[in-house]
Design a binder for this molecule. Structure first.
Ligand SMILES: [Zn+2]
Length: 248
């Protein structure tokens, strides 16, 4: 039996039998994996905390037929601060959900893992607005997945955009007022929002730590990036409806 150590964050789980749980874990080197945690819901289980949403651990797993079985877990961070605050929890689960949709099974991606860990750490321990953290996550995620939107020149005429008219999720970028002909796939966007998104894309994560956007920019990035990612990922982002229900 060959044990494998992996770092990972729990993205999702489903309970079954009396006390078992199937964990979906994001790892840097194996991508998204399914791991069976036997008996982890018992109060005395050594895997109890390591099997919760957001938990970031060094796991020990071994492969049995098509699935991995959990055999050990050293906790790095449980991110209690996310789980104990409703706003943080809502945006945190949205981020986990996006990470799950974006990751491929058995296909490692260090940038995807690093972005997730960075975002959860900011959510738990910084004073940043949870929605700003989710917006940075969404914008950087699009870039990592190869869907970096065009925010410098007009996607239709190719001229530099000084006065933006709209953002097209279908054609992946902004267009100018000359090219506006009631295009059905465009959303309104302000130049301040375009500049904020450019800044997020062009700046290293570590330098984005103290960002604060004004509410209008925050709302626009939130809406446009959620629409943009849903379009490109072609899957419904479940946690979005949770945030909308809360009216955050
Ligand atoms: Zn144009």
């Amino acid at each position: 039996m060959k044990m494998t150590p992996v770092k990972g964050v729990i993205l999702r789980y489903s309970d079954f039998k009396e006390a078992d749980r199937m964990l979906t874990i994001l790892t840097p080197n194996k991508g998204k994996i399914q791991v069976l945690a036997r008996g982890c819901r018992r109060q005395n289980s050594r895997f109890l905390s390591a099997s919760e949403l957001f938990s970031y651990c060094d796991y020990m797993i071994f492969k049995f037929r098509d699935i991995y079985i959990l055999t050990g877990a050293d906790i790095n961070d449980l991110f209690f601060d996310i789980r104990s605050d409703l706003d943080k929890f809502a945006y945190g689960t949205y981020i986990l959900n996006l990470a799950e949709i974006s990751a491929n099974p058995e296909e490692g991606s260090y940038p995807l893992f690093h972005l997730l860990l960075y975002s959860l750490t900011m959510l738990a321990y910084s004073r940043m607005h949870p929605e700003d953290i989710a917006n940075i996550y969404q914008t950087k995620l699009a870039d990592i997945l190869g869907y970096r939107p065009q925010l410098e020149i007009c996607i239709y005429c190719g001229k530099p955009v000084k006065d933006v008219e709209g953002f097209s999720t279908v054609d992946s970028g902004i267009f100018c007022s000359d090219c506006y002909n009631g295009r059905k796939n465009g959303y309104n966007i302000n130049m301040g929002t375009v500049r904020a998104m450019r800044y997020i894309l062009d700046t290293d994560l570590d330098a984005l730590k103290n960002l604060k956007f004004n509410p209008k920019v925050r709302d626009e990035i939130s809406f446009i990036m959620a629409e943009y990612l849903s379009k490109h990922l072609e899957k419904y982002i479940r946690a979005r409806s949770f945030i909308e229900k809360l009216g955050l």
